[in-house]
Design a protein around this ligand. Structure first.
Ligand SMILES: Cc1cc2nc3c(=O)[nH]c(=O)nc-3n(C[C@H](O)[C@H](O)[C@H](O)COP(=O)(O)OP(=O)(O)OC[C@H]3O[C@@H](n4cnc5c(N)ncnc54)[C@H](O)[C@@H]3O)c2cc1C
Length: 400
């Protein structure tokens, strides 16, 4: 009998788990004892983390994308396009249906379809939506707007959590200041007011906020925390807060609210907040309608309570992959590995320009081990810049 492993989504989590399991079972795959199939709605892997840098020309689109076929093990069956776009997940019958109508039965299922922008959920936003958070094209378009922005109020707004990489809006704001101040020049920067509107009381864990807030304020950025949004009034170019306060803007940059893949919501397998419910240690499916030990959910598709970052996603994929391997090998309960909340979010203190040394750090923390105080350093900047190349050859290959 062939053990069928089906992975939904070939982004960060899906690629890692697939490559890990394919490497472990290379002999079993050759003998048809194990089969791994990965599905995705398209055939291009885009590393979204690079979007933050694109508007400032710090990476090119080519740096942050690769054809999926080049980063997925050739031992894996792939379904990209209509045959790979998930339309329905039937946990009871262990079957997934694609948009084309093709059906995929499975013994093990890994849900890794990420999340997507929910622009329509914010009144007025779609009529003035500028962002670096969604696509390469949107990030480049924003870069063009910034090149010709000479004076006025630049507002960077995050209306609601959860979003992927809650550190990215702050990083973007630091890079923006470096760009305006040192690339465009102090003469331009002095005529531009920058505000960061933020929905919670902290920019991350306490120790992250302790570093990030003073850095932003030193760069003369107005940080507004606990900001609640009511609507965007595009006609008046104003952001209207829940308490009625209005903030005038000349260029509004929005990090939109995010939602889980609609096909999973339609399949009735999401929780009351609209995300895939899992045990936070085993990463196995635990919904109101039942628990399914053969089903894992990873990365941005997971519950709102687990912070959505590529770093956390990588750990989750490695751990779920190991447990699928253990289970098929019959290694027993003692071999099981647990996700302990390993998480991280890069911090940027300054870009590398003619006038500044780049400064960054990759702070990490886990369940019950809060982030410790840290300082942005030069090596951190180079490591973070290199990460976008390491990602393809080591990250996605499931190296820990
Ligand atoms: C602007 C930005 C900056 C970021 N910066 C960082 C950073 O510096 N550090 C960090 O650790 N993390 C960062 N992240 C977060 C990181 O990119 C995500 O946490 C990570 O990509 C999540 O991996 P995933 O596999 O869950 O989702 P994804 O990587 O998004 O992959 C999901 C895949 O599912 C596919 N899919 C979706 N719907 C369907 C469907 N119906 N059928 C089939 N396939 C489908 C998609 O095409 C995609 O390939 C950033 C994110 C953004 C947006």
């Amino acid at each position: 009998m062939t053990e069928k492993i089906l992975v939904l989504g070939a982004g960060a989590a899906g690629s890692v788990v697939t490559n890990k399991v394919a490497r472990a079972f290379r002999q079993e795959i050759a003998k048809d004892e194990v089969e791994i199939t990965i599905m995705d709605k398209n055939d291009m892997n885009v590393n979204q983390g690079g979007f933050t840098f694109l508007p400032f020309g710090l990476y090119t689109p080519e740096d942050i994308k690769r054809p999926r076929k080049k980063v997925i093990s050739p031992r894996v069956k792939t379904a990209f396009g209509e045959d790979g776009e998930v339309e329905k997940v039937d946990l009871g019958n262990r079957e997934v249906t694609a948009k084309s109508g093709k059906k995929y039965p499975y013994d093990y299922l890994v849900i890794a379809t990420g999340c997507s922008a929910d622009v329509e959920s914010v009144p007025g936003l779609s009529s003035d939506f500028n962002t670096f958070y969604t696509t390469i094209e949107d990030a480049l378009k924003l870069g063009e707007s910034l090149k010709s922005f000479n004076k006025g109020h630049l507002v960077i707004m995050t209306p609601k959590m959860p979003i992927p990489c809650p550190g990215a809006p702050g990083k973007f704001t630091v890079l923006l200041d470096s760009y305006l101040r040192y690339v465009r020049g102090e003469e331009v920067r002095k005529d531009i007011e920058i505000s960061l509107l933020w929905p919670t009381g902290l920019l991350g864990p306490q120790a992250y906020d302790d570093v990030a807030t003073p850095v932003l304020e030193k760069q003369n950025i107005n940080v507004v925390k606990n900001f609640g949004l009511s609507e965007v009034d595009e006609g008046k170019k104003e952001v209207v807060a829940a308490n009625g306060e209005r903030t005038k803007y000349d260029l509004l940059i929005t990090i939109p609210p995010h939602k889980c893949t609609q096909a999973l919501v339609n399949s009735g397998i999401t929780d009351e907040k609209g995300w895939i419910p899992i045990n936070k240690n085993t990463l196995q499916y635990q919904g109101a309608g039942g628990s399914y030990d053969e089903v894992y959910a990873l990365g941005d598709a997971g519950p709102a309570e687990i912070i959505k970052t590529g770093i956390g996603t990588h750990y989750q994929a490695a751990i779920a992959g190991q447990n699928v391997i253990n289970d098929i090998r019959g290694n027993g309960e003692g071999a099981k590995v647990s996700y302990m909340g390993e998480m991280g979010c890069p911090f940027v203190g300054a870009a590398y320009t003619e006038s500044t040394r780049g400064e960054a750090y990759i702070p990490t923390w886990s369940y019950g081990r809060p982030l410790e105080p840290f300082k942005a350093i030069r090596l951190g900047w180079f490591l973070y810049r290199m990460y976008y190349y390491i990602y393809w050859d080591a990250g996605l290959k499931a190296l820990m």
